[in-house]
Design a protein around this ligand. Structure first.
Ligand SMILES: NC(=O)c1ccc[n+]([C@@H]2O[C@H](COP(=O)([O-])OP(=O)(O)OC[C@H]3O[C@@H](n4cnc5c(N)ncnc54)[C@H](OP(=O)(O)O)[C@@H]3O)[C@@H](O)[C@H]2O)c1
Length: 331
């Protein structure tokens, strides 16, 4: 570890607040603990949750100065003495930094606990991997860990053309997929695996959904955060599940009778609370789909790490719609 520099460039905050609290400057290069890996960061994605952690909307431990963002791809620069399975130079990725007391990814170097680090599959593009990491791991946890989706079941994915929605369609293979999206995105949804794709602005959407799922929906996942639980519960099959994962401020009306008379469940989840075992299961499936080319990001825009504050502002304002913003630290 002696040839590591003392200082690195990083995007960090000294307090929570709007995007312009993010400073771009130098911090000491962190040193890995006994079971940690120090990663030389090549690419960092910008996610909605990174803006929630920065602003304070999502409560979590953030020791200041706090490096922002959670996902990275890069190469191993050094390993703690107790690390097994990684060596200097290995290509790696991680999607769980930047919350719960862990410093973030938006820096030239980042310390990653070895049980939160995954080898980059051979042939995988690090940018494509970091771009799909958060939406795909979230979709995996929603569908499989919390939604318990079985092959042959019917899943309704609302917001299917979004980043999480696209990944969810790839990860729900084997189920019957009903997608809702904007009219302009319906063909894309079909191409990505939807058996039925419906315009969410169609005034007859409710009737069309009932027609599309005559035996009911086994799993309902609304990634748009606009929860119409009146409609969702009415569509459910017996023992159906609704997974809530978006809409921090949503206060939907819940028709209780329609839920309990179906023996149905509503379960919420945040990837930030996922265990390392759950995250590793998601990572294994993501590796598989990325390697076979069936999980790819929508459009990617490359930005220097110094543009981190601007990237947060664009994501928050909706100006980055359809794009995955990827930050690159200087060499
Ligand atoms: N709980 C967790 O752990 C977790 C993890 C990851 C993400 N999330 C959350 O998941 C949400 C989605 O993230 P994302 O990156 O996929 O966002 P995104 O790319 O903006 O996707 C949202 C999609 O929803 C569509 N939409 C809007 N209103 C709709 C409606 N009424 N019905 C159906 N679709 C509708 C949008 O289409 P148009 O733009 O064409 O209207 C857009 O394609 C965010 O709120 C994020 O914070 C949560």
């Amino acid at each position: 570890m002696t040839d590591l520099p003392d200082q690195m460039y990083a995007a960090f905050i000294d307090r929570c607040g709007p995007p312009d609290v993010i400073r771009y400057g130098t911090l000491p290069v962190p040193r890995p603990g006994p079971t940690d890996v120090l990663v030389r960061v090549e690419a960092v994605s910008v996610n909605h949750v990174d803006t929630f952690v920065r602003s304070g909307a999502y409560e979590t431990a953030r020791p200041f100065p706090f490096v922002v963002n959670r996902d990275l791809a890069g190469a191993v620069a050094a390993c703690g003495p107790g690390v097994v399975g990684f060596a200097v130079g290995d290509r790696v990725w991680c999607n769980s930094l930047g919350h719960a007391g862990r410093q973030g990814a938006a820096a030239q170097y980042a310390v990653v606990p070895s049980d939160r680090l995954y080898p980059l599959p051979a042939q995988a593009d690090p940018v494509a991997m970091v771009a799909v990491a958060h939406p795909a791991a979230s979709a995996y946890l929603a569908l499989h860990t919390h939604g318990r989706l079985d092959a042959g079941e019917t899943v309704l994915i609302a917001g299917a053309a979004g980043h999480v929605g696209r990944a969810a369609m790839a990860l729900a293979r084997g189920a019957r997929i009903i997608a809702t999206a904007s009219a302009a995105d319906l063909e894309t949804c079909r191409a990505l695996g939807a058996d039925v794709a419906l315009d969410y602005r169609d005034p007859d959407l409710a009737a069309r959904l009932h027609d599309a799922a005559p035996d009911g929906v086994d799993l309902h996942l609304d990634t748009s955060g606009h929860h119409d639980l009146d409609l969702a519960t009415g569509l459910l099959a017996p023992r159906g599940r609704i997974v809530l994962m978006a809409g921090l401020g949503a206060r939907p009306v819940l028709p209780v009778g329609a839920l309990y008379t179906r023996d149905a469940q509503i379960v919420g989840f945040a990837i930030s609370s996922a265990t390392t075992v759950e995250l590793a299961a998601a990572a294994a499936r993501i590796d598989q789909l990325v390697s076979e080319g069936s999980l790819t990001p929508s459009a990617v825009e490359h930005l220097p790490l110094s543009a981190a504050a601007d990237a947060h502002a664009r994501l928050e304002s909706g100006a980055a719609k359809g794009l995955r913003l990827i930050l690159h630290p200087p060499d």
